[in-house]
Design a protein around this ligand. Structure first.
Ligand code: GTP
Ligand code: MG
Length: 381
């Protein structure tokens, strides 16, 4: 088993329970632990070593499929589309902006394509010059407040390349605008910022005072000699949106975003749903590798075999590459938003799922035991 109680470990090692508990405290493990405290395999192995044993952690039970290590040098890897997230204060026009961008791209893209809401969409970029090295499309994530984002952030996964900070020209910097600014300042990851000064169509719009206020917050705008672009837009009328897309394309071109298409698949679930006729379906953002029809995949404790993939406009795709967000069907159970998606052999995935499920039960048990220990402690006090 991958877990053991303190009492069981003491018995297996043939040491007194009190002796084991004392040793646990000395090595800094759970001072509240009692006889029925559940130890993970790693903790148990550490303690067994303390008592002079030579523990062997069961490889089968420890087996899992892990995300591939990011390569140090991507300079020879293929380019990938930039991932853009829209953020900003309530009512400053994020949804309207995205809807207008989306419908414009749908109109330009496949005729009659009906876009479902899949948590992401793709906007084609017209290359300005023949030798342009800029991206050919931009992937927008339209669920910034979504559970997927908090889950990914909690794990330190940084999916966004560029943040578009939407500020309403008639309202200026508001609490959630500041939150985004603080987040960008704290963030040591490589996220670029583009400011969209929105609602420029309104008579009360005052973009200049918004820009000054942003400067006062430490956002070094291009207009004032800094390097952060600000674009005047109206999500309502569509004014300035081509310029916004062009600006994003330029920022992405400078970043020279690349990802490896060979090797194992690594992605994130943005959204998941059970759909009539398709069963469990998940929108997956591919980060590395290439996902194909028939690939065996794992996400959390959900196994799957890719049956069908569609792009954001609903068009079937055979191969999904890094930077693409695609809807994947073929899951045996529903994967969770924010969870990693990996591929592997059918048997490896089966083994990994069994272990993940068992660890999940063990963790739930551990939480129960902790709750019981805590309740007992409070009773005593
Ligand atoms: P939350 O999702 O609640 O944070 O809001 P949001 O940022 O998504 O704003 P939303 O797009 O819902 O827009 C809020 C209101 O502002 C709506 O009434 C929109 O019609 C209006 N609005 C959005 N963009 C513009 C714009 O460019 N010009 C004008 N005049 N109104 C806009
Ligand atoms: Mg909204």
């Amino acid at each position: 088993p991958s877990t053991v109680t303190v009492a069981m470990l003491a018995r297996v090692m043939n040491v007194k329970l009190a002796q084991l508990l004392t040793r646990m405290r000395r090595v800094g493990l759970e001072s509240e632990a009692n006889y029925d405290y559940i130890l993970s395999a790693d903790y148990a192995a550490l303690l067994a070593e303390e008592f002079g044993f030579n523990p062997v952690v069961d490889d089968e039970a420890a087996f899992d499929i892990y995300p591939p290590k990011p390569l140090d040098d991507l300079s020879t890897s293929p380019s990938r589309p930039p991932i853009v997230t829209i953020m900003g204060h309530v009512d400053h026009g994020k949804t309207t902006l995205l809807d207008t961008l989306r419908s414009a791209s749908v109109a330009k893209g496949e005729a009659g394509g009906i876009t479902q809401h899949i948590g992401a969409f793709s906007v084609p970029v017209a290359s300005q010059t023949a030798d342009s090295t800029g991206p050919r499309s931009i992937t927008f994530l339209d669920t910034p407040g979504h559970a997927a984002f908090s889950a990914m952030r909690a794990r330190g996964a940084n999916v966004t390349d560029i943040i578009v900070l939407v500020v309403a020209a008639d309202d200026g910097i508001m609490p959630q605008t500041k939150e985004v600014i603080d987040l960008l300042k704290r963030d040591d990851s490589q996220v670029d910022l583009v400011v969209a000064i929105n609602k420029i169509d309104k008579p009360s719009a005052d973009p200049d005072s918004v820009k000054k206020a942003l400067m006062a917050e430490g956002i070094q705008l291009e207009d004032f000699g800094g390097d952060i672009p600000a674009v005047h837009v109206s999500g309502l009328t569509g004014k300035g949106l081509p310029e916004l897309v062009e600006t994003l394309s330029t920022v992405a071109e400078v970043r020279d975003l690349r990802a490896e298409q060979d090797g194992p698949v690594f992605g994130h679930v943005l959204e998941s749903n059970v759909l009539k006729g398709l069963g469990s379906v998940a929108t997956v953002l591919i980060r590395q590798g290439c996902l194909k029809i028939g690939s065996h995949i794992i996400s959390g404790t959900a196994p799957g075999k890719v049956r069908r993939m569609t792009d954001p406009s609903g068009k079937p795709v055979q191969v999904a590459l890094p930077g693409m967000a695609i809807t994947v069907s073929g899951w045996k159970t529903l994967p969770k938003a924010g969870d990693e998606v990996l591929d592997g052999s059918e048997s490896d995935i089966k083994k990994a799922i069994a272990n993940r499920l068992r660890r999940g039960v063990a963790e739930a048990l551990q939480e129960d035991v902790e709750a019981i220990n805590e309740a007992r402690k409070q009773e005593r006090d």
